[in-house]
Write a new protein. Structure first.
Length: 187
């Protein structure tokens, strides 16, 4: 289960299994306790050289090459979630430059974005939380560069406050150097 594999419990179990067979490999997820919102903010601000190389689209990774997109498909839950995560931290041109289209100004994307904000219809894919999606729409309704985009206008009623940032510790098995590097990177 992809979601379980992101948990501290799974990480500790895998780390123990690796050690039980004598593996020197350390199982550590340095981003496990970071929210999509936090990662998107840092990525937008501090990782600009990666923007043109970055792809996080479900259709770009399908096994069947005939069904695989060459990059961002611009029409899956993952593309929408990434656009919505990045938008509060970037301009419309920057987000469209990454994904290839301005999803938030495309009325045909309205239902897909609404699904991200509905606990009953939220896609199973690895996407931001309902609360994060609602907070992102809320932030965009306040932004002069985003508030007139079709999806932002159309879904403003679903806006919510930013979720309280609570971070579980990375775990005592995470080396101090990794823990310190992540704190510095995200500061």
């Amino acid at each position: 289960n992809h979601q379980q594999s992101k948990s501290l419990a799974f990480e500790l179990l895998l780390d123990a299994a690796l050690r039980s067979v004598g593996s020197p490999t350390l199982c550590v997820s340095a981003l496990r306790n970071a929210t999509d919102t936090r990662i998107a903010r840092v990525f937008a601000q501090r990782c600009t050289p990666l923007h043109s190389e970055f792809v996080s689209c479900n259709r770009a990774g399908v096994r069947d090459p005939a069904r695989r997109s060459r990059g961002w498909c611009g029409d899956c839950a993952k593309c929408r979630s990434i656009a919505l995560s990045l938008a509060p931290h970037m301009s419309p041109a920057q987000v469209a430059g990454i994904i290839g289209v301005d999803l938030l100004d495309d009325e045909s994307q309205m239902q897909g974005f609404a699904d991200l904000m509905d606990p009953e219809r939220k896609p199973f894919e690895c996407v931001q939380t309902v609360e994060e999606a609602r907070a992102a729409i809320g932030a965009l309704t306040e932004s002069p560069q985003w508030r007139d985009h079709a999806v932002v206008r159309g879904l403003a009623r679903l806006a919510g406050p930013a979720p309280r940032e609570t971070r579980e510790p990375l775990g005592s098995h995470v080396p101090t150097a990794i823990r310190d590097a992540m704190e510095e990177f995200f500061s």
